[in-house]
Design a protein around this ligand. Sequence first.
Ligand SMILES: Cc1cc2nc3c(=O)[nH]c(=O)nc-3n(C[C@H](O)[C@H](O)[C@H](O)COP(=O)(O)OP(=O)(O)OC[C@H]3O[C@@H](n4cnc5c(N)ncnc54)[C@H](O)[C@@H]3O)c2cc1C
Length: 489
Amino acid sequence: MDRELVADAVVIGSGAGGAPAAAALAKAGLDVIVLEAGPRYETRDFNGVESEMVGKLLKASRAGDSGHELYAGACVGGSTVVNDALCWPTPAEVIEQWVREHGLASFGEAAYAELVATVLSEIGAAPTDLAHTNKNARALERGAKRLGWAGQPMARNVRDCANLGLCNLGCPTGAKQSSLLTWVPRAERAGARVIASARVTRIEADSGQVRAVVAEALDPATGSPNGTLRVETPRVILAAGVLETPALLLASALGANAGTGLQFHSSVYVAARFADPVHAYYGPTMSYAITEFSDVNGRRGPGLMLENVAALPLSTASSLPGFGSALAGPMESLPFLARAVVVLRDRTRGRLELDGDRRTRITYPFERGDLDRARTGMIALARAYLASGAEQVFLPVNDLAPVTAESELDALESRALSTRDTSLIYAVHLFGGAVMGSDPTTSCCDEAGRVRGVKGLWVSDASALPSNTGVNPQVTIMANALRVAAGIV
Ligand SMILES: Cc1cc2nc3c(=O)[nH]c(=O)nc-3n(C[C@H](O)[C@H](O)[C@H](O)COP(=O)(O)OP(=O)(O)OC[C@H]3O[C@@H](n4cnc5c(N)ncnc54)[C@H](O)[C@@H]3O)c2cc1C
């Protein structure tokens, strides 16, 4: 080993699930080391160049069977560095389900509600005033209102936002209160050591007790291994994200049911061309949601949130159907495009496994019903945009001509659809793989986030959540991380 360290606790990963736990444990007096696989960038490093920042800040993966593209943050601060700053408290409907179906009574207690309130305040979540946002949000809001559908502006955790539309590329003004600017510095002020470019490869345990964490030191510029690191510790808090936490458990041969219970919010983009410029690449990237078909505010599904989203050039080009001249048409009208995303509360459950070479393999047998509901979401967005005055709506289905009137949606309604027909189906809200629950035959962690069968090992990230949340999940993940940390000290 090139470097040997000792700590009271090691937190693996510095995103929404890792950084709050590290801050809480350090504040409680533990000597904490955070090991983060990605490099540490600062606000000045975020230059707003889409092609460069996406490659640096995001890690992509793929579900082999369904073709879902999966994205997560890959630097200090994790996915909070690239997220859209949307803040939803855990919906009452989800809490009720977790208590009833998964035996997680503590989510229904006042202490959890207080943690959600703490998170909202600590990350500076505040309502978005649509009057000061952009035409992109207002195009969706106008359509929803004309159709009489429920919708609302979404809260965001930003301070003095300059409305540059670059949330997904790392906020270049430091307005977004990501973990990089909130929980990580808080943890450091309380004495935690954050070691970036250190990819954990194994958690060591013997006699049922965690002993140490082994990591590769990486060259921050190239990502190539250039050394090794071992930290002796009696406590490990695993928060490497859904694409990595279950893989680390499997690679370390720890935890029953690791890799099971994956669930996503499957997402597809819809774009619409208006006669007047929309400039959907400026302003808050996301700020308005149609909640008419969601599982929030007492509504009972079908589990669809319809949220406006920025139209950055590369992201828009890679999600519109067609190639060459078919793609050139809509891309030439980029300034006139509004754009939104269907965020589906999937019912599908998938699995993460390691192959013989310890490479991650994700299977996600996307249920017919989920695909049908995704289609319902696309059609609803098309209707909203048409009601809003759009001239053309671009649906993410191959060989489907742009829609100009509601009657043309029948073709999509009646078409037999497979995931291969969509131009892009992706997810950035990932859940499960090390789920909490009261039933040891189906869950990996107990209610406190402790991995069963090994002392000193907890999971505090989105992997531990027993299902998807139906809303953007960062606040829930952070509140749960604080809950897990409170049980450790
Ligand atoms: C583009 C995008 C937009 C989003 N928008 C929103 C939004 O507006 N609102 C919202 O609520 N949610 C949003 N989300 C989702 C939200 O940010 C994530 O659900 C949340 O950050 C996940 O928390 P986590 O701790 O599980 O993982 P992450 O935040 O991804 O953190 C995991 C960290 O672990 C590190 N890591 C991985 N493997 C290892 C290893 N082996 N060793 C050490 N470190 C490792 C990773 O580099 C990463 O930094 C968005 C996500 C993305 C990608």
